[in-house]
Design a protein around this ligand. Structure first.
Ligand SMILES: NC(=O)c1ccc[n+]([C@@H]2O[C@H](COP(=O)([O-])OP(=O)(O)OC[C@H]3O[C@@H](n4cnc5c(N)ncnc54)[C@H](OP(=O)(O)O)[C@@H]3O)[C@@H](O)[C@H]2O)c1
Length: 226
């Protein structure tokens, strides 16, 4: 049985990842901040729910220790925040910026380094991270969203470096754009629902290899320019 570990698995894309992998017979290690409030997650079969705030680095280290000896085929860094809405020029909430960077950039890196031994011990050996096209310079034709865009651009840089550094452990690191998805973050005007996004993303993950490690991919598998 293959094992996937997912952060922020109580709602949105994270919950859908947990649902789909569990339905396919994977063992799911689903992490979220408040397991007691995660009824849908707790109801899934093949799913072990662990409390984890990804910005609590000591807790991440402790969970990695608790799970030492567990092989994790796919680690999905999914948890993320948008930050304050409407951060347009002259009304930017600079005070909120560091927390977004901690959640979206530093936490996925700390998670990845902490669980690299678990992933390296598995058969499939993949770390997949939910970024966003909003972190792409090429795609930025509308400006604004300074905080979120910069966090996802930095996340891309971090994951690209990680792909090189984890070469020696034969871990493939892929960076994902889920599309504009109707979740709490994506809002009701998104273009697709979570099941469509996640089934595409799972296919992209299944195709991870040393050849495409360090790449940035749309949910339909198309490479995205940085
Ligand atoms: N939806 C889109 O259109 C879209 C587009 C591009 C990229 N993405 C990316 O895809 C990922 C998932 O997005 P989504 O649409 O599913 O967002 P969402 O519905 O807002 O869900 C975000 C998830 O992240 C969790 N989270 C936030 N901070 C956390 C922390 N410190 N520790 C643990 N969990 C934390 C939330 O947990 P709580 O319930 O505890 O807050 C929640 O489970 C994010 O990285 C997002 O940036 C989404």
């Amino acid at each position: 049985m293959s094992t996937v570990m997912i952060t922020g698995a109580n709602r949105g894309l994270g919950l859908e990842f947990a649902r789909q992998y569990a339905a396919d017979g994977w063992h799911v290690i689903a992490t979220c901040r408040r397991p007691d409030d995660a009824a849908e997650l707790n109801d899934l079969k093949n799913c072990e729910v662990q409390a984890l705030d990804v910005t609590d680095f000591a807790a991440v280290t402790a969970l990695a220790k608790q799970l030492s000896g567990t092989k994790i085929d796919v680690l999905i860094n999914n948890a993320g925040v948008y930050g304050p809405k409407g951060d347009s020029l002259n009304s930017i909430n600079f005070d909120a910026w560091p927390d977004v960077m901690k959640t979206n950039v530093m936490a996925p890196l700390h998670l990845s380094e902490s669980f690299a031994p678990h992933v390296a011990a598995s058969d499939f050996k993949c770390i997949a991270t939910l970024s966003s096209k909003m972190g792409s310079m090429t795609d930025n034709s509308s400006g604004g969203s300074y905080i979120y865009r910069s966090s996802k651009a930095a996340l891309n840089a971090v994951m690209k470096s990680l792909s090189h550094d984890l070469d020696e452990l034969a871990i493939n690191v892929i960076i994902l754009h889920p599309g504009w998805v109707r979740t709490d973050m994506g809002g009701p005007n998104g273009l697709i629902d979570a099941p469509e996004s996640v089934s595409g993303l799972r296919q992209v993950i299944a195709n991870a290899s040393p050849k495409n490690s360090g790449g940035f991919f749309n949910y339909d598998g198309t490479p995205i320019d940085w």
